[in-house]
Design a binder for this molecule. Sequence first.
Ligand code: NAI
Length: 266
Amino acid sequence: MPDSLFSVANQVVLVSGGSRGIGRAIADGFAQRSARVIITGRDSESLHQTAAELSAGSEFPVIPMVCDVACPKQIEILVEKVVEACGQIDTLINVAGVNRRKPALEVTEEDYDFVMDINLKGAFLLSKAVGRVMVEQESGSQINIASLNSDRPFNDVLPYAMSKMGMSTMTRVLAIEWGPLGVRVNALAPGFILTDLTKKLWANQELQEWGLTNTPLQRMGQPEDMVGTAVFLASEASRFMTGQVLFVDGGFTAGRNWPIPAGGGQ
Ligand code: NAI
């Protein structure tokens, strides 16, 4: 018997950056559980292709809607269109994100704006536009896709780390403001997940060994590993949770593995 505590059936779920990677896997996870899913992205062709693939076998067709989250006007139009088509928005998943890796001294203003406009400003404007709808409904759950950088930043990804740290702060502040109005806001922080964004990086053998040594569950994550936590955060099962950043990282943030000699050193 299906457990209604974890059900997302019939929810209207809006996923930004849903054409591939983590967003696609999460959108699929909700569609497979009978949610009415809308995916957004910049490129109409790949978005329609993904929507068609995800719709096969799901109860409701997955709806593609083009929206560049770096474009405030497009966000307003998107949210209007979703409400017009579906009447409500139960869950927002802010996934759209980009990265440019380089040392801080080489980061240009253009690099900074590119990353910030999508990862933080875009996420904020989408949260706010959907937040308006949810506050009016007096219900809703927002899930921001944060990062390990939301807590402990890495070198050579300064604008990205700043954006993800900003996202965890945004999650907490919105939770405080909207909790009394019936809207929950949490973040899901993935560990090292193999996607188009990161595949090239993890092809480096030395880096892969470092990652695995420091990941207690001893493997890289897959986009599908994010589905359970996203469904949990959207469902009744998490109804008393808001303002939290959940790390789904194979244990990476639990601590460090150090090469202490067998038998323990004195
Ligand atoms: P990806 O590159 O495979 O997917 C990113 C998605 O965002 C794509 O669908 C892309 O079309 C969309 N997107 C990018 N710019 C956009 C814009 N201006 N407007 C609308 N959509 C846009 O990357 P991945 O790995 O799936 O990342 C998804 C999210 O997860 C990002 O926010 C990323 O920062 C975060 N993340 C990823 C980790 C990883 O190891 N892959 C680790 C921690 C966080």
